[in-house]
Design a protein around this ligand. Structure first.
Ligand code: BGC
Length: 284
């Protein structure tokens, strides 16, 4: 990455992470032995990183995808190589029927579902005044309505089985921070923030925690256009105190913590993983 160069800072601790899940030693931890996780959008980017991480730490993982199955099978293979178990399921989070089948598959295949990671997301760039209704609807359907009804289906099963559980939504720094040109995306992520807060209160009595993880600029297919535009990328890197883009593994580590026993008393909060982006302000 060019991050540390364009920030012209010492880069000894700013180098991109190159380690894989197994090289960090997490395989040995097995924190999620006996647990089942559903991860949406697990065929690429952040979702893939999360699914691999949970799977490599012992969870059985429902690897959801929509569109191309290749990435999802790659995720499943990585989990199986690490000695875990994965199951690829095609489900579009915007369709109620798909969402119900996704949860049903976890129970049918693995006997339960303990952890839900609402990761699938999309963004569409357009000036507010030019935004099409269809684009707005699609962004809201994937980013907000999807997590709403998938969480509902997930929790109904837990309630009936009298089981506790974890819900982790992958939101964005833009659940809080303006992003000109992405009003619909910001609305969806701001909505996800309030959904999380509300559900933390409603579902707490069932022993279900609900938290958001808010990534900043992570190197994934969602920002393919930005990554290919060097002037824009350099400008962004100047705004990131740690001098690099994040990697899916940076997000996955935080999600794994929130899904683990160490986080059993944490609910109703957003955890930012952005290299300092949100706190950066320079005037002179
Ligand atoms: C968006 C990216 C953006 C990043 C930082 C993410 O939520 O998906 O496109 O680069 O926030 O602004």
């Amino acid at each position: 990455m060019a991050g540390s160069e364009s920030n012209s800072r010492p880069n000894t601790h700013l180098k991109p992470r190159t380690g894989t899940v197994s090289s960090t030693g997490v395989k040995a931890m097995n924190r999620f032995q006996g647990k089942v996780a559903i991860v949406t959008g697990a065929g690429s980017g952040i979702g893939q990183g999360i699914a691999k991480r949970l799977g490599c730490e012992g969870a059985k993982v429902i690897v959801d995808y929509v569109g191309s199955p290749d990435g999802a099978h790659e995720t499943e293979e990585a989990i199986e190589k690490a000695g875990g178990e994965g199951k690829v399921v095609q489900a579009d989070v915007t369709r109620l029927n798909d969402v119900e089948c996704l949860v049903a598959t976890a129970w049918d295949q693995f006997g339960s579902a303990d952890i839900l990671v609402n990761n699938a997301g999309m963004e569409k760039k357009s000036d507010f005044l030019e935004t099409l209704e269809s684009d707005y609807e699609q962004v809201m359907a994937v980013n907000l309505r999807g997590p709403f009804f998938l969480t509902q289906a997930f929790v109904r099963r837990l309630r009936d089985a009298k089981k506790s559980g974890r819900v982790i939504n992958i939101s964005s720094v833009h659940e809080d921070m303006a992003f000109p040109g992405f009003a619909s995306y910001c609305c969806s992520k701001g909505g996800l923030r309030m959904l999380m807060r509300n559900l933390a209160v409603e579902l707490g009595p069932l022993g279900i925690t609900v938290n958001n993880v808010a990534p900043g600029a992570i190197e994934t297919p969602i920002n393919k256009a930005l990554l290919a535009d060097k002037p824009k990328l350099d400008a962004l890197l100047k705004n990131i105190p740690l001098g690099r883009l994040g990697e899916p593994e940076d997000v996955a580590g935080l999600v794994a913590f929130l899904a683990s026993d160490d986080a059993s008393y944490i609910t109703g909060s957003t955890f930012v993983v952005d290299g300092g982006l949100m706190r950066n302000y320079r005037e002179q």
